[in-house]
Design a protein around this ligand. Sequence first.
Ligand code: SF4
Ligand code: F3S
Ligand code: FES
Length: 274
Amino acid sequence: MSEASIVNEDKRKNMVDVTLRLRRYNPESGTQKKPYWEEFTLKNCEPTDRILDLLHRIKWEQDGTLALRRSCAHGVCGSDAVRINGRNRLACKVLINEMGADTQPHIKVQVEPILGLPVQKDLIVDMEPFFAHYRDVMPFFINDTPVPTNGRERLQSKEDRAKFDDTTKCILCACCTTSCPSFWANGKYVGPAAIVQAHRFIFDTRDKGAQERINILAEPNGVWRCRTIFNCTPSCPRDIEVTKAIGEVKLAIQRNSTEGIIKITDIKEAVFSS
Ligand code: SF4
Ligand code: F3S
Ligand code: FES
């Protein structure tokens, strides 16, 4: 047997069949107006295939009417957030070997739209309520003071930059907000993603809009709707410590201070040393 056929034989041995159970919905359908489940089986998938690859195969080979949103296919744009086996993930970042394809010849995976936003068609939700909350927190740099005369940049120490480094990584995928039971219960809650975006500017020493953002987040539909349920943090594909960022904004409101960050560990030390 040639080397190439040995490689092909090995590849074939590792291949698996995957049944995808998809939540379908088409409000324009003449016959099926309510959401329903539909299964598609795909033969000969490779363990390193991603859920997005399988959704593409269904759309291209079996049912061209399947609606899904995606753009970069590499975990950057945040547009393909879906609920995979009950957990919010980016379809382009989940390999099927995480779902048991490395140990079983046939696996089943459930994919449905993220929760808490109106479904438009199949896996596509209306993101407008999510982006409205994002806009509410003024997610842009505010500083009307003159630029420094001795340089072109507003300089910042490494320590000050580190205070909001984590929250700069957000790609607005909505995985956190749509995994939050407080948001499911009340869509007026600004949600963890908007708080993460506000955090990024509140703790930026160069920005001058912190007090305004803090006032917005101190309102009844701001940070206090967060009950520290913690679904948001493990759902973040960028590994942002979402709940910690929300806690830091809560502390800033309680202290009525926009002067930098206070760490929960600082409080513990102050309590224990008094
Ligand atoms: Fe997505 Fe994480 Fe940003 Fe939430 S914080 S929107 S989960 S990247
Ligand atoms: Fe929701 Fe996360 Fe708070 S899941 S309640 S925003 S800790
Ligand atoms: Fe862009 Fe998945 S398609 S993050």
